[in-house]
Design a protein around this ligand. Structure first.
Ligand SMILES: Cc1cc2nc3c(=O)[nH]c(=O)nc-3n(C[C@H](O)[C@H](O)[C@H](O)COP(=O)(O)OP(=O)(O)OC[C@H]3O[C@@H](n4cnc5c(N)ncnc54)[C@H](O)[C@@H]3O)c2cc1C
Length: 391
């Protein structure tokens, strides 16, 4: 039987970031197992690429802040280039309740030294070509937020970790985790067993299932979310002079918080999405095309250019929801079992800091981070305040 000091389950951004920091710290033999033929095809390969400082929980602000600082220097530090645009995030607030909540968040963000502007609807409209800000009572903007590149980040971490000895097993599914006397002893896979004392559960929306293999209940539920890509007409891009001023030319991310409709430029097209209130937990990734009219109805109010646009393609991915919308980073209730999962739809941007913190915890180093909001034990303790600014 093969053996490894550490087995990581899941080759998305979390598994790759954890592998990067573990191998950098000389953690011994590390094996990353991914059931797909490639890395980054789970939620990581299906997300909108947004990175932001604008959270309500200080722990999430800290994770994003450290991660964005790394994105700014990714090629110098990790060794591979990534596509990274800091054109800002604009949150549009159309109800007194969300304006009041964001007031509190902005006060917190500013107290932590972040430069976040509080704007009127008119000011938001002036900075966003094509936006209809009717009914927007306030908006927030942080210029250091932006859009980056999930594939580049994941592959960059994985490649650098491989150069330091990481073994990657693709096309391999973890089917069992053996536990003896409260300790991890072995991982069973579709391609043979691996003796190990340490397992990292980085299985994203499937992390609850992987935890169950070890007899641990981890409350992470999968929730389908759609992304659509639109062009002004088939074969044309928004930079075509015929469509000038109908959408932002920059990669500004605009989020209509009260409906969760969001959009940003994606190359020559426009990426947009919205949460579906009727969606129930499940692993189905089929595109629900009959949801598109509900999205375009909201979209047409905020970005009228979308009324006549051609939706050229769409895909669905899974959010990995926890009850308080915060992740688990750290021990998972058994000796040698760790988790980095449950980021509730905002994990990609936090992978660098989350991976760094988890590697420190696993190796007995000071993570320089208060992990209480992300502790597994909080689920047994009852409702925690968690993160409010989720989309
Ligand atoms: C539509 C959409 C938009 C989003 N937009 C954003 C955004 O703008 N910004 C942001 O920060 N986040 C966003 N997210 C959230 C983000 O994508 C996730 O938080 C993040 O990708 C989670 O990464 P992960 O590595 O934990 O999970 P994943 O990328 O899903 O990786 C888990 C991996 O584990 C593998 N796996 C599972 N079970 C097993 C097993 N038994 N054996 C072996 N392998 C296994 C899977 O195949 C998968 O590759 C969005 C998500 C969606 C769906």
């Amino acid at each position: 039987m093969d053996s490894a000091d550490i087995v990581i389950v899941g080759g998305g951004c979390m598994g790759a970031a954890t592998a990067y920091y573990l191998t950098q710290l000389g953690a011994g033999s590390v094996v990353l197992i991914e059931r797909d033929t490639q890395l980054g095809t789970g939620s990581t390969g299906r997300n909108a690429g947004g990175v932001r400082h604008q959270f309500s929980d200080p722990a999430n602000i800290a994770l994003s802040r450290e991660s964005i600082a790394l994105f700014e220097r990714f090629e110098d530090v990790v060794g591979s280039p990534i596509d990274f645009w800091q054109d800002g995030y604009l949150f549009l607030l159309s109800s007194e309740a969300s304006a009041a909540r964001f007031r509190e968040s902005v006060t917190l963000q500013r107290s932590l030294g972040l430069d976040v502007a509080w704007l009127t609807g008119d000011e938001a409209a002036r900075m966003t070509p094509g936006l209809d800000a009717e009914g927007v009572i306030a908006a927030t903007f942080c210029a250091k937020d932006g859009i980056t590149d999930p594939n580049g980040v994941t592959m960059g971490f994985a490649k650098a970790a491989q150069a330091r000895g990481l073994t990657i097993r693709r096309d391999t599914e973890v089917t069992g985790i053996d536990v003896d006397g409260g300790r991890i002893t072995r991982v069973r896979t579709s391609r043979g067993d691996i003796a190990t004392g340490t397992v990292v559960n980085a299985a994203g929306p499937w992390a609850g299932r992987v935890a169950a293999l070890a007899g641990v209940t981890l409350p992470i539920t999968p929730e389908r979310r759609h992304i659509f890509i639109a062009h002004p007409e088939a074969g044309a891009g928004w930079d075509d002079p015929r469509f000038a001023g109908r959408t932002p030319a920059s990669r500004l991310m605009v989020i209509d918080f009260d409906t969760t409709f969001y959009f940003h430029r994606e190359g020559a097209g426009l990426l947009f999405g919205m949460g579906d209130p009727s969606e129930r937990p499940g692993f189905d990734l089929t595109v629900k095309w009959d949801f598109l009219p509900a999205v375009t109805e909201v979209a047409a109010r905020r970005l009228p250019a979308l009324v006549d646009a051609a939706v050229t393609h769409a895909w669905a991915g899974l959010y990995e929801m926890t009850p308080d919308h915060n992740p688990v980073i750290g021990p998972l209730g058994l000796d040698g079992f760790y988790g980095i999962a449950g980021f509730s739809g905002h994990g990609f941007q936090q992978a660098p800091a989350a991976g760094r913190v988890l590697a420190d915890v696993m190796l007995g180093r000071d993570p320089r981070f208060n992990l209480a909001p992300f502790a597994f034990s909080r689920f047994a303790a009852g409702p925690a305040s968690g993160e409010h600014n989720i989309v």
